[in-house]
Design a protein around this ligand. Sequence first.
Ligand SMILES: *Cc1c(COP(=O)(O)O)cnc(C)c1O
Length: 388
Amino acid sequence: MKMIYMDHNATTPTDPRVLEAMLPYFREQFGNPSSPYSLAHDPRRALDAARQAVADCLGCAPEHVVFTGCGSESDNIAIQGVCALCDGPPGHILTSAIEHHAVLHTCERMERCGWDVTYLGVDAGGLVSVADVEAALRPDTRLVTLMHANNEVGTVQPLEEIGEIVRARGIPFHTDAVQAVGKIPVNVDALGVDLLSLSAHKFHGPKGVGALYVRPGTRVEAIAFGGQQEQGLRPGTENVPGIVGLATALSIAVEEMPETMARLRSMTSRLTSGVIERIDGVIVNGDEAHRIPGTSNISFPGIEGESIVLGLDMEGVAVSTGSACTTDEVGPSHVLRAMGLAPNVAQGSVRFGLGRRTVDEDVDHVLAVLPGIVERLRAMSPFSSGSV
Ligand SMILES: *Cc1c(COP(=O)(O)O)cnc(C)c1O
């Protein structure tokens, strides 16, 4: 059976062109970019070229791109690095309740260190209100960290407007843009952010490599120590093949973005409306107008999302209930709960994550098998009427 992969928010397959670009740096170009001899020249040049390519995609200068070990590490360096500045008592951090755990758990850690954290709520569509952000800022706010696109429902936050307010007060502004980069246009000046996290494996690059944009003048302290690589913010010999892969994947994603966005939008909307037509009582989660292309989060009240995931798996379709990083989360998703979904509705949610390789036939297959799966589960459920 052909496996249909519809979980691109969790990770993506590495593009063959990306893998090809990486291979020489595992083989003959294996030198340490910091070494003085000629064997290190090519890896060094590749590193510089990758930094330039990423900078071009984000609209910044290459010296403001720091390569990291993953998106989670970028978030940690940004948040802990701003808070680690040893010049005063702990202050206040403003974030949202729907952040990825790489941000939420780091903020919770800062709370244990004496920091005060506000977790802003969101509306039913999953959007943070600009007015709420403005009202929550305090004289001692030292960092605002708000995600660009949400990994579970795909909503895109109004960062441009928020950025203007935050920057007018001189407060460092970080965004976890891991789900946005490579999917929608991302320009650090247009967004008004000082720090921006991205991760290669979410846009058909390799796993285990990310980047952090740092606006000049933003004070970030190192949180790990060693060599002077990456301006001391990420010590350790650079992952040259991974970094080359990240830059290649990002360049391809940006180049192909207009075509990919259009295709994904149309396939995703056909999937969503097809589910609504075929199955009664479903709820589509996340603001329709402000969403990354490819993500469709749908609730089937009364049944377990987990059971639908298993049912679809048996039909050769890989989807998930939400974040891959929250399989250890007890109870319904923190994102859907923050959006005000009743626990039994949130518990019955499935995230479809379409990607570059998704084709119309994949959508057709899901639409053909899903109604039967839901019907069977509803018939078994004590909480539903048993009808579809
Ligand atoms: C996947 C993801 C991360 C983590 O990225 P890793 O490279 O897997 O550490 C962080 N934030 C968001 C929004 C994500 O989707």
